[in-house]
Design a binder for this molecule. Structure first.
Ligand code: M6R
Length: 622
């Protein structure tokens, strides 16, 4: 996590750095800071808390510098305070460093530097980089060589931005297994962890590859590998993508994004499926270009030969993967494993050239997910990414991408990207099933027709928002909430619990409904609301029986069920209804009342719903 930015050119650096940082605040909001060089003097300004604190500070300091770097932090080493905020300076106060990632051998380096007389002012792993570069710089006063010698000593995955008072016409950037983009404008250059932040100024983008150093000046950038050999690569022209911060009249981005879901689904479905009686088509071209911009590059023979599918993801994307498992197994008859990406590290990953590994990540930057897909690729597996950001790290490591059409999701809690990931799995499962001959043409048509109706059904749920809000607030004082579901809606229960936790900070757990009796039931009493997802289908009766077990313990009973279900109406205190739909498609609907419930409880409790405490939108550390 954390976001790095830089600017060098004729304009005042501070407003540009702030604007870039605003685009990256989703990567962390524990603190923010900038280092600028003005009249040959390096100065650092930083503040704990949200970017607005730094903004206020810069308003008082008014730096006129035209070169600088900046940072927005998600704390890993050291509490979020002013002292630990980036940039960090070396002891001479002439070199400043911003950093994203983790320097794994920082303790060892710190001890060594302390022995050499360096004094540390923070608890961060970043500060060792500032002192190390300073130490190496003393050797020959060559900053590029000093950085190269330093990176040779650093272990871990990281990205760095470095400025030095003695080189006010340069910014250095280092990328080791992260993402960094340089924007090349007219006599000015930009740097950012996410190309989106520089694309507000220029669409000429140079992305750093996995082990590269860039020497950036106002007139361009030179790239070097870690051995110091110059690398020549042309910038690419990216579609302009202005970052619009607009709540569209809603109180929060989260609420706006919940309401955008029908549109997002229409766009994502429409992109890959022109008509229900046509095959799903994953090849996407831009501007009438013959060459596919992205898509799936598998032949039908390869698809028929897949023996297993392995899905890797984290958080909400993992829940989407769990639904994906049900769909792919049910429609394509392929065995599917789903793993939390961070759990794969250090284990033998049993994939091979007959496996398709799917990484799901809205940001395309989640370090654990990237590491898992990289490992699968090394082991010979086919790879596929489901992401909202084709220009991300994930987009670089796999040639096969399904790109969701969500636009930017500003709120840290995922909502519209979740349903778009689910939609991608529906489309993928239908596509693979058709190629493998696992479904009849009639069933394929029926599936595609039903998928097309989902946005309209979602709109019917959102239209009941006032009622959902009223019912939700009855549970706002709960300390513990349990979510249960079976089959396809077990992941919905997990996602419902995650949404409530991250937005309202109320403790919530999701369980497979059948598991309740194997232990979790012990926590139930009259103070615990239990949310049961119970829709008609193969697990309906059994789920109701599990809910009865909770009712027998006097739990407060909430259901997400279809309209007109009288059995449910009799048994539950509160019912959030969804329109009737084939069970297979129900996860695209059942999650919506849960998102609204979590939002309204969190807002009622006065929580920061768009930027919940301790979280970051893009989790780029393992
Ligand atoms: O960008 P990704 O989809 O890879 O992110 C994965 C998780 O960090 C993310 O889904 C997280 O759990 C969200 N806060 C959920 O709302």
């Amino acid at each position: 996590m954390c976001g790095i930015v830089g600017y060098l050119g004729p304009a005042q650096a501070a407003p540009v750095l702030l604007s870039e940082l605003r685009c990256l605040e989703y990567r962390g909001y524990d603190s923010a800071g900038v280092a600028v060089i003005e009249d040959g003097q390096l100065s650092v300004m930083k503040a704990a808390g949200k970017l607005s604190n730094l903004e206020a500070l810069l308003l008082t300091k008014k730096p006129a510098a035209t070169v600088g770097i900046g940072h927005t932090r998600w704390a890993t080493h050291g509490v979020p305070n002013d002292q630990n905020a980036h940039p960090h300076m070396d002891s001479t106060g002439t070199i400043a460093v911003v950093h994203n990632g983790i320097i794994e051998n920082h303790e060892e380096l710190r001890e060594d530097l302390i022995k050499k007389g360096y004094v540390f002012n923070s608890e961060t792993d970043t500060e060792v980089v500032a002192h190390l570069v300073s130490y190496e710089y003393k050797v020959d006063q060559d900053l590029l060589q000093a950085i190269l010698r330093s990176v040779a000593k650093l272990q871990g995955a990281y990205a760095l931005g470095i400025v030095c008072q003695r080189h006010p016409d340069k910014i250095y950037a280092v990328n080791r297994h992260y993402s960094l983009a340089i924007g090349l404008g007219e006599h000015e250059s930009f740097l950012a962890s996410d190309s989106m932040a520089v694309r507000q100024y220029t669409n000429k983008i140079l992305k750093l590859e996995q082990s590269e150093v860039a020497e950036i000046s106002a007139s361009g950038a030179r790239l070097f590998d870690f051995d110091g050999k110059e690398v020549f690569r042309k910038p690419v022209s990216m579609e302009s993508n202005p970052y619009i911060i607009d709540k569209g009249g809603y109180k929060h981005f989260l609420l706006k994004e919940i309401h955008e879901q029908p549109l997002v689904l229409r766009k994502t479905i429409g992109k890959y499926m022109s008509h229900a009686n046509k095959p799903v088509n994953f090849v996407v071209t831009h501007n009438g270009d013959e060459t596919p911009s992205y898509g799936l590059n598998f032949t039908d023979e390869e698809i028929k030969a897949f023996e297993r599918i392995h899905i890797v993801a984290c958080g909400t994307a993992y829940h989407a993967g769990l639904v994906g498992k049900y769909l792919l197994e049910d429609l394509c008859s392929i065995p599917v494993d789903v793993e939390i990406a961070s759990e794969i590290r250090g284990r033998r990953m049993l994939v091979n050239e007959k496996t398709l590994t799917i990484a799901v990540s809205q940001s395309g930057e989640t370090a654990d997910t990237i590491a898992a897909l990289t490992e699968a690729k090394l082991r010979g597996s086919y790879t596929l990414g489901i992401t909202n950001r084709p220009d991300s790290h994930l987009g670089q490591i796999t040639p096969n991408l399904i790109v969701t059409e969500c636009g930017i999701e500003v709120s840290v809690a995922a909502t519209k990207t979740y349903v778009a990931q689910l939609t991608s799995f529906y489309l993928l499962a239908i596509y693979l099933a058709e190629v493998r001959g696992a479904v009849t043409p009639e069933r394929a048509l029926q599936l595609k027709t039903t998928l097309n109706t989902i946005p309209m059904l979602q709109e019917r749920i959102l239209a009941k928002e006032v009622e959902i809000r009223k019912s939700s607030l009855k549970y706002a004082e709960a300390h513990d909430v349990v979510f249960i579901g079976r089959g396809l809606n077990f992941p919905t229960a997990l996602e419902g619990a995650l949404k409530l936790k991250e937005l309202s900070y109320i403790h919530a757990s999701g369980y497979a409904a059948g598991e309740l009796k194997h232990g979790p039931i012990a926590v139930l009493d009259a103070n615990v609301p239990v949310v049961t997802v119970v829709v008609p289908g193969v697990v309906y009766e059994k789920t109701l029986s599990n809910a009865q077990e909770a009712r027998a313990r006097n739990a407060q009973m909430i259901a997400v069920a279809v309209e007109g279900d009288e059995q449910v109406a009799k048994m539950f205190d509160t019912v959030f209804t969804i329109p009737a739909v084939e069970e297979l498609f129900s996860p695209l609907l059942t999650v919506l009342p849960m998102q609204l419930m979590s939002y309204y409880i969190a807002d009622y409790l006065g929580k920061d719903v768009d930027q919940p405490r301790n979280l970051a939108k893009s989790v780029t550390v393992e």
